[in-house]
Write a protein that binds this ligand. Structure first.
Ligand code: LLP
Length: 477
């Protein structure tokens, strides 16, 4: 949308560091909120995670590699589970946390999610297949998607998923047909477009109507969908309404407006049809810190604020005999993101004179936009550190770039790294657990990196590295 074809930064006249990046006192210091909780430097300065030295990880598994701290992932999952359970207990008997598998999913991660007692949000038959392979309990799975195929619906109903979140009128008839054929009753929610643009407030909250997801509240499409589901009473059970307003959101204002509108429709449907809707889905989207510019709310505060919103909105409806529905949320990024960093090896270092005030080191690593497309796709900022040693050199304004054939192939747009960074050093980029491996590509025929899980001083593969043979195997010509 904004990027120049030659790359996001082309012809912008960009100069020095951004405001969020102060000149560091100690270039070896870690900004700990961005990292897995077990991150540390050994006395010689090597980065260590869950007691495992990154130099050993690079030696054993190669680079680039996604390094995922299992306990960190599990702790964040548990934090959502427990910190939402408490405040929602009084409001509606508790809350269900669906980990959004689109952030990152593999069978081992699905098992961790199941172990920790969370539910799982999948958005394709592929993600559902991973859940099935992990033996994830069907009743704790939600299937999303704006264009679910008949095969995906059949896969979900055969496996017995707990909910299908309906995204169009077409889909309702499609689900009814499959449910009739399989002789089952499909549990469904209706995804409502509430007209809220994330990060904003009600008076400018109209833009979000113009996108592909959900059924509009404003035009009556959502109410019509609910009615249509209710008409299929023999093949469908309407659990309730669902909304998801966006991703990487830092304040609860948008959720508040969304919840108000969703709850208004919820009550209208109950009154009009004389039914009780047992569930209410508020979606995911809780932001994380990628650099010092972000300050996310901890799960405890999110849980308290959202529970207060739901309580207030239902109280505002006046006398109700129906029970308050059980609330669910779907965090992906906030559970997976900070658990993981990407480990790269430096290949070349090139000082580039930007203007008479700024010289920047372009540090090329052995991955790039194929393992993290977010900087190119969203102009997302990341940070990084020299991971294989401590350095006494001065901080040098740097840009970490990949090995792909595009000038927009940027891993970290701005960071201070020691001026003596050289080929063979390891660089680690935190916050890559969500939407990096899952959005990765094989651009330039680059095999995708492995995911290495670390715990209690041990490292093990949970997703192996792709090989050139894997790539060639698809080429049947
Ligand atoms: N629920 C629904 C229905 C969703 O569509 C999403 C994300 C989530 C939950 C989880 O959102 P989270 O808590 O992870 O923010 N590729 C983009 C993010 C796309 C999000 C898509 N939907 C990125 O890399 O920033």
């Amino acid at each position: 949308m904004r990027a120049h074809e030659a790359g996001a930064l082309h012809a912008e006249g960009y100069g020095g560091p951004p405001l969020y990046l102060p000149y560091p006192q100690d270039v070896n210091e870690l900004l700990t909120p961005l990292w897995p909780q077990s991150i540390a430097r050994t006395p010689d300065g090597t980065l260590q995670v869950a007691g495992v030295d990154v130099v050993d990880i690079a030696r054993e598994f190669g680079t680039p590699a996604y390094v995922m701290d299992e306990d960190d992932f599990r702790a964040r999952a548990r934090a959502f589970r427990d910190e939402f359970a408490a405040p929602f207990q009084q409001v509606c008997g508790g809350a269900d946390i669906y980990y959004a598998g689109k952030a990152f999913l593999c069978t081992e991660v699905a098992r961790w999610v199941a172990d920790e007692g969370l539910s799982l949000d999948v958005s394709t038959g592929g993600e559902l297949a991973v859940a099935q392979r992990a033996g994830f309990p069907g009743e704790r799975i939600a299937l999303h998607g704006n264009n679910k195929s008949t095969a995906e619906i059949e896969q979900a109903l055969t496996y017995g998923v707990g909910r299908i979140v309906v995204d169009s009128l077409d889909e309702i008839d499609r689900i009814a047909a499959v449910a009739t054929r399989l002789d089952v009753v499909a549990p469904v929610m209706v995804r409502v477009t509430v007209g809220v643009e994330a990060h904003t407030h009600e008076f400018i909250a109209t833009a979000h109507e113009d996108q592909k997801f959900g059924l509009s509240l404003a035009t009556g499409a959502a109410a019509e969908a609910a009615q249509r589901v209710l008409r299929h009473a023999d093949t469908m059970h309407l659990l309730g309404l669902h909304s998801h307003i966006g991703s990487q959101i830092f304040d609860t204002g948008g959720f508040e407006v969304a919840a108000r509108r969703l709850i208004g429709l919820h009550a209208e449907i109950e009154a009009e049809h004389g039914i009780t809707l047992a569930h209410l889905g508020l979606g995911g989207g809780f932001g994380i810190a990628y650099t010092s510019e972000h300050t996310p709310l901890p799960p405890a505060e999110l849980g308290e604020q959202l529970a207060a919103v739901v309580e207030r909105e239902f109280a505002g409806l006046g006398d109700r005999t129906a029970a308050t529905p059980r609330v669910s949320v779907e965090p992906g990024r906030a559970i997976a993101g900070p658990s993981t960093f990407t480990l790269y090896e430096v290949g070349t270092v090139k000082p580039v004179v930007v203007n008479d005030r700024v010289t920047r080191a372009y540090i090329s690593v052995d991955g790039g936009m194929s393992d993290n497309i977010r900087p190119a796709l969203y102009e997302a900022d990341y940070s990084c550190t020299l991971a294989s040693r401590r350095s006494d050199a001065d901080p040098m304004l740097s840009r970490v770039v990949g090995k792909h054939c595009e000038s927009g192939d940027i891993v970290v747009l701005d960071e201070y790294l020691p001026a003596d960074v050289r080929a063979g050093d390891l660089i680690a980029v935190p916050g890559t657990g969500a939407y990096c491996r899952s959005l990765s590509s094989q651009y330039n025929h680059t095999p995708r990196p492995p995911v290495v899980a670390v715990r209690d001083g041990q490292a093990r593969l949970i997703v192996r590295r792709e090989t050139i043979e894997d790539l060639l195997a698809l080429d049947v010509g």
